[in-house]
Ligand binder design. Structure first.
Ligand SMILES: [Zn+2]
Length: 116
């Protein structure tokens, strides 16, 4: 199986749009900074509940930001002509994995090391 960079680029661009849209919906700018105070409505009379809700939203924003970073990194790889090459060990990541996860910038081995 060969790596279809054109398709991957399209997929990544779509994913990026999606992530930015989700961040905007949550009231976070593309950079991930929250716009002023989030409006949680009057129903949250309890300050602790508001804090919990806010923490949860920040967690989601963080995760979206992280995904956006990965997508941007993968797009940078495409621009540099190094798409599909592991960021760490410089080995080919493998077309199967790239097709399954187009935003991958690490091979399976390096990824599992990074997680442990
Ligand atoms: Zn690697």
């Amino acid at each position: 199986m060969t790596l279809d960079v054109a398709t991957a680029k399209k997929t990544l661009r779509n994913e990026r749009e999606n992530l930015v849209h989700q961040l905007t919906e949550l009231g976070a700018a593309e950079s991930g900074d929250l716009k002023a105070d989030l409006d949680f409505g009057e129903s949250f009379a309890d300050a602790a509940a508001v804090t919990a809700e806010r923490t949860e939203v920040l967690g989601v924003v963080d995760s979206l930001k992280h995904q956006l970073e990965n997508v941007d990194r993968a797009l940078a790889h495409i621009a540099a002509g190094t798409y599909g090459i592991c960021d760490k060990c410089r080995q080919e990541i493998g077309a199967d994995r790239m097709k399954y996860r187009p935003a991958s910038v690490l091979c399976v081995d390096c990824k599992s090391q990074a997680n442990s």
